[in-house]
Write a protein that binds this ligand. Structure first.
Ligand code: AMP
Ligand code: ZN
Length: 492
C-alpha cells in the first residue's frame, strides 16, 4: 500500500537544523545509509539505541509503502583509537592483546552483534557491507581525490587537504565547526604528524612493521582512513546522492563532516539530502561508552547477569523503553525506568491481546478514525515515538472501558482499531508479543508432560490410556510421532 502518498513525513535534518518535508530523490524509493558498529568489542546498549531508532525509521518507511534500500556497514578496519588519526587500529589492538587474528576479533563481535539484533527483533538491512571488502574501491576513491587536487601523499600516507577544500566548500557545514577554530584546538598534534595542517585527515595510512592489518596500495602497504569506507560504500550502493544518512550525534564530527568532504570532492554534488542523528543513551548521568566502562550489554539485560539491574527484562520491554523517548533527547537508563516501562508494556500488550476477543456493537463511543490520523501524525512528525505511544495508550483506555462495558465500537471501527494498533505495535515499533511466546512455551511443556505420561502408561502396558492420550491430542491438532529417539510431536 502506498501510504506515503497520504502521509507527508517530516524529518529533522541536522544539516539545516530544521524539520523538512521528506521528499525522496526517486518517488516511492528511499536510500538510507547508517554507520554500523566497529566490531572490536560487543555493541553496548548505547550503540543499540542508535541502531534501534534507525530500525524503526526503516520499519516506518516500509510501512508507508516505500521501497527502501537500507545499507548499514560493518567497520572491520581503519577505525583508530583516536579520532585525530592517531593510535592503533581498534581491531588490531584487540587482536594483539588477545593473540588472535584480527579477523577472529571481527568474526566474534560481528556474530555477537547479529545475535543481539536477532534477540531485539531488528529487521536485517538490505546490504551490510564491510570496510575490508571494499579496499579496492577505497584506493580508487583516494586516487580520484588526489587527481582532483584535494589530497597529498607524505611518506606513504595520504591526507585530505581540508584547507584546499575549504577554499570553495564549507568544511564544517554539518557540525558548525570553523576551520580556524579547529586549528587552535588541534595544535597539540603539531610536529608529531606528516600532515600539512592538523585539520587534514587520513585517507590512507602507511602501516609500520608491527601493524598486522595491511593492504598494498600505490602509496604504501597500509590501511584506509576510517571516514573513507562510508563515502565509498554509500556511493557504491546508493549513488552519489541519496536520501537519508544516519548515525549517533558523536559521529557528526569528524566522521560525517569528512564523509561529506570526500564524497563532494569526487562527485561535485551534495551527497546526502537528510542527515539524521540520534542523541546519547546515558547511565548514571554519563554517556554510555565502552572506553569508560560505563555501559551495559543488551544480552546482559535479557539474562539478568549484570550489577546494574535488579532483575532481567525482556527485549520487547527494552525496545519500548527506548521508544518512550524522542530520539533527539538524551535518555537515561536505569532499573527504575525499565521497571516503569515493563508495566506500561504489559498494559499495552494485554490490551492488544484482549482486542481479539471484543465483539462489535451497534455504536462507537470513540472516534477511531481521528485517533488513527493522530498516530500517523506522530510518526510523520520526525518519527515522534513517545507521542505515538501516548496515542496507543488512548486506545488501551478504550479497550479497557469496553472490557468493563462502559464503551463500545462498531465492527468497522473495530477492524480499523485492530489493524492500526497491530501495525504500530508490531510492524513499526517492533515490539514482541511475549504472551504469545509464553503460551507456545507452555503448550510445548504440557505436550512433553503428556508424552512422558503416555510412555509410563505403555511401560505399564496400559494401552487404553496410551491410545487415549494420543487420540485426544490428535483431536486438538497435535500429532505424536514415535521414533527410535523417542516421541516427538507436531502442531497441525
Ligand atoms: P561505534 O561502534 O563506536 O562506531 O558506534 C556505533 C554507533 O553507536 C554510532 O552511531 C555511535 O554514534 C552510536 N553510539 C555510541 N555511543 C552511544 C550512546 N551512548 N548512545 C547512543 N548511541 C551511541
Ligand atoms: Zn560511517
Amino acid at each position: 500500500m502506498e501510504r506515503y502518498k497520504e502521509n507527508q513525513l517530516k524529518v529533522y535534518n541536522s544539516l539545516s537544523k530544521t524539520k523538512e518535508n521528506f521528499k525522496p530523490i526517486t518517488d516511492g524509493y528511499v536510500g538510507m545509509y547508517v554507520c554500523g558498529p566497529t566490531v572490536y568489542s560487543n555493541a553496548h546498549l548505547g550503540n543499540v539505541r542508535t541502531f534501534m531508532f534507525f530500525d524503526v525509521v526503516y520499519r516506518y518507511l516500509l510501512h508507508l509503502g516505500y521501497k527502501v534500500r537500507y545499507v548499514r556497514n560493518i567497520t572491520d578496519a581503519g577505525h583508530l583509537e583516536n579520532d585525530a588519526d592517531e593510535g592503533e587500529d581498534k581491531i588490531a589492538r584487540k587482536a594483539r592483546l588477545e593473540q588472535v587474528e584480527p579477523m577472529e576479533v571481527v568474526q566474534r563481535y560481528t556474530v555477537d552483534f547479529h545475535d543481539v539484533l536477532k534477540n531485539y527483533n531488528f529487521l536485517p538491512p538490505s546490504i551490510e557491507p564491510t570496510a575490508t571488502g571494499h579496499i579496492v574501491e577505497q584506493i580508487e576513491m583516494i586516487k580520484e581525490i588526489i587527481a582532483k587536487g584535494f589530497a597529498y601523499e607524505v611518506n606513504g600516507s595520504v591526507y585530505f587537504d581540508v584547507h584546499e577544500y575549504n577554499k570553495k566548500e564549507n568544511y564544517g557545514i554539518l557540525s558548525g565547526r570553523k576551520v580556524e577554530d579547529l586549528l587552535n584546538n588541534t595544535r597539540a598534534l603539531d610536529g608529531q604528524s606528516d600532515k600539512k595542517n592538523p585539520q587534514d585527515f587520513a585517507l590512507w595510512k602507511k602501516a609500520d612493521e608491527k601493524h598486522i592489518m595491511r593492504w598494498p596500495s600505490p602509496w604504501s602497504d597500509g590501511f584506509p582512513g576510517w571516514h573513507l569506507e562510508c563515502s565509498v560504500m554509500s556511493t557504491k550502493y546508493l549513488g552519489e546522492s541519496f536520501d537519508i544518512h544516519g548515525g549517533g550525534m558523536d559521529l557528526k564530527f569528524p566522521h560525517h563532516e569528512c564523509e561529506i568532504a570526500q564524497s563532494k570532492t569526487c562527485s561535485g554534488v551534495k551527497p546526502v539530502n537528510y542527515w539524521m542523528h540520534t542523541n546519547m543513551l546515558s547511565l548514571n548521568g554519563q554517556r554510555m561508552a565502552k572506553s569508560t566502562g560505563n555501559y551495559i550489554l543488551p544480552n546482559q539485560i535479557l539474562s539478568g547477569e549484570n550489577n546494574i539491574l535488579p532483575k532481567s527484562f525482556s527485549a520487547s520491554v527494552v525496545r519500548f523503553f527506548n521508544m518512550q523517548a524522542n530520539y533527539r533527547s538524551i535518555l537515561d537508563f536505569s532499573g527504575d525506568a525499565l521497571e516503569a516501562s515493563e508495566k506500561g508494556h504489559a498494559k499495552l500488550l494485554e490490551a492488544v491481546n484482549f482486542l481479539e476477543k471484543i465483539e462489535a456493537a451497534k455504536i462507537s463511543t470513540f472516534n477511531v478514525k481521528t485517533w488513527k490520523k493522530e498516530c500517523y501524525a506522530a510518526m510523520n512528525d520526525d518519527f515522534n515515538t513517545p507521542i505515538l505511544i501516548s496515542h496507543l495508550f488512548e486506545a488501551v483506555k478504550v479497550i479497557n472501558q469496553i472490557k468493563e462495558n462502559t464503551a463500545s465500537l462498531t465492527a468497522e471501527d473495530l477492524v480499523i482499531l485492530k489493524e492500526t494498533l497491530n501495525a504500530f505495535v508490531f510492524d513499526v515499533l517492533g515490539l514482541m508479543n511475549e504472551n504469545m511466546q509464553n503460551n507456545s512455551e507452555k503448550i510445548n511443556g504440557v505436550v512433553e508432560l503428556l508424552i512422558k505420561l503416555r510412555k509410563e502408561a505403555r511401560e505399564n502396558k496400559d494401552w487404553a490410556l496410551s491410545d487415549q492420550i494420543r487420540d485426544e491430542l490428535i483431536e486438538l491438532g497435535i500429532q505424536l510421532k514415535d521414533g527410535k529417539e523417542g516421541t516427538t510431536f507436531s502442531l497441525n
